[in-house]
Write a protein of this length. Structure first.
Length: 244
């Protein structure tokens, strides 16, 4: 049973700094977060610009439930500057690469895997699909059950594997985020052809119309040190000259 909480971030990158930012998050931030906050890196991805906003990065962090997240808030927000004193150098460096972003908290379906389970199972993709479903208020949990019962098999026929199925917290229970690992570009192309023409996935899309008020899908690529890319959490040994 997955009883974690996830921090999901859309990050606006400055200029040509996407690679710098992704490295700073995985190699420099994640080891600190693991040691001091029991926070694991779930994934750091660059958005494929042809399919979404650019240059943009998606970060996801696995928190040890609401209690663990509360402890992280306490560490971060106890000073008048609303920043952990030990992280001032890290924040200053990050500011060179990003201008801002938007975060949300996500609650996983209890049957969706943690990042440790995903890495142990060898889940990885050439690319990843990030789907956002807007559903009627109060029905997000029920929609995730529909993903489990129908979408996993439908997507699986093209080799896509479910990474995570989550609903947004601090919200009216009307938004779901679903992430899939895509083995090859050919399997992405075959999937989209199936969705938009007369294939079996067209039936799944029409099924979602019964539940949703809006939908979008875009593609993402793993950062070089993203956990599902390397099969483990980023470690201090992955740093290149950074000291905190």
């Amino acid at each position: 049973m997955n009883n974690k909480i996830y921090t999901h971030e859309f990050i606006d990158v400055i200029g040509h700094n996407r690679a710098n930012y992704m490295h700073h998050m995985t190699a420099n931030w994640s080891p600190i977060a693991q040691e001091e906050r029991n926070q694991l890196c779930y994934g750091v991805w660059g958005v494929v610009g042809t399919t979404g906003r650019w240059p943009e990065v998606v970060n996801m962090w696995e928190e040890d439930g609401f209690d663990g997240l509360a402890e992280g808030f306490r560490l971060e927000l106890s000073r008048p500057t609303l920043q952990d004193e030990k992280l001032e150098k890290w924040w200053a460096e990050a500011a060179n690469f990003r201008r801002g972003g938007i975060d949300r908290l996500l609650i996983p379906a209890e049957w969706t895997r943690t990042v440790s389970e995903l890495c142990a199972d060898g889940v990885s993709g050439t690319a990843y699909a990030h789907e956002t479903y807007r559903v009627r208020p109060g029905t997000a949990g029920d929609f995730l059950s529909l993903v489990r019962d129908e979408a996993i098999d439908a997507y699986g026929r093209h080799g896509w594997e479910l990474v995570g199925a989550l609903r947004t917290a601090l919200h009216d229970d009307a938004e779901c985020i679903v992430i899939w690992a895509i083995p090859t570009w050919e399997q992405w192309a075959a999937f989209e052809s199936d969705v938009h023409y007369a294939g079996g996935l067209k039936a799944w899309r029409e099924r979602t119309y019964e539940w949703t008020t809006g939908f979008e899908r875009f593609l993402m690529m793993d950062a070089p040190l993203s956990p599902m890319k390397i099969g483990r959490q980023p470690a201090r040994d992955d740093r290149t000259g950074w000291t905190d």
